[in-house]
Design a protein around this ligand. Sequence first.
Ligand code: ADP
Length: 394
Amino acid sequence: MFKKPNEKIGVLGDGVTAKAVREKLAAWTIQEYPISEADIVVTSPGIAPRDYPSSKAEFISEIEFAYRLKQDEEIWVGITGTNGKSTVTALLAYTVGCTPQGNIGTPLISSIDTFTPIRVIELSSYQLEGCSTFRPDIAVILNITPDHLERHITMENYAKAKANITLFQTAKDTLIIPHDTLIESSTAASKAQRVYLEESSPLWKFTRHFPLPGYHNKMNALAAILVCKALKTVSDEVMMLGLSTFKGLEHRIEFVCAWDKRKFYNDSKGTNPDSTLIAVQAFDNPIHLILGGKDKGLDLTSFLNALKQEKIKTIGVFGEIKERFFKEAHIHAPTLPLTCFNTFDEATEAAASHSQPDDIILFSPACSSFDQFKNFEDRGTQFKRWVLEHYGQL
Ligand code: ADP
């Protein structure tokens, strides 16, 4: 049975999350209190804790707020990591037949008053940072690599925020993680049963049925398989059907079109260096890489070194980061075949003109989109539209 909250609730922010919380309060005929008078304040993931107004209230994320209203019989699966969250969340939700929730789209609070047997929830470090009792039955941390350091400052803080997903789990719960020093040390205090994401898993054989390209997608498939097994209610037939018929998400190494024996791919969701390198690894053919966007201040040295690969034929950099990228490449990787452009279309046109038959033209920006676009979806949609207009006919 769902029970409405009975504390004095304040809401911080006015984005998607805050709107969803306010809508629910209105639907439950619960008054929103000013922050200074509230017992609890439901925060928005875009606002860093250092920017919270001073108040005697407890500040919690929308995920924590929803968790406090959870119905006992529901099973919650939480998925976090630097990269692959949306793919694994969507794949699992598709396989078990529920709507993916959390960071991927529908805020958790929006359906909290409707009993849902299994909830598959994508969780960002910002959402987990504001959790203080949240306990999913099954937690997955896919990987942790440098990202969002403008907010978390150090990798240890970033890992600590992600580790909140398992901090309150008990011995009845499951924690799925890779063998990774930072992840293992930050989750050392967890009481949950550990299951490892590793190629030596006896379940790895099932990943060959997953149609999406790249080794990373096999890991994503394995994560979903391990969750299905931990749920105990998903048959192998249902699991295999989900795995083998999943179409992938828009803007993740998404095929756009073939032109004169070249192929264009949109990986606009590649918003950090690691995800771009993963996309590069997913192909064996020569690649013309287009990257750039808003500078998140990440260290570029190891990224530039990792781009020194025979198969990367040209790199076109556009957007806010281009000057720093060019300067640092001059110091650390002067032989990279790098050219700067103002916009993605100039970079794509140059990439196409330098390409040979069988080459891949890969748009995987490694940066966030907010310098020239509304978000990564807008950026990917504009890229696809432009490519189809110019190269979609042959
Ligand atoms: P997220 O929701 O965590 O941003 P997505 O599933 O949307 O992750 O994938 C974003 C990008 O991250 C993909 O285009 C791909 O380049 C990369 N990626 C996906 N899965 C993984 C993984 N398991 N490990 C590393 N990189 C990945």
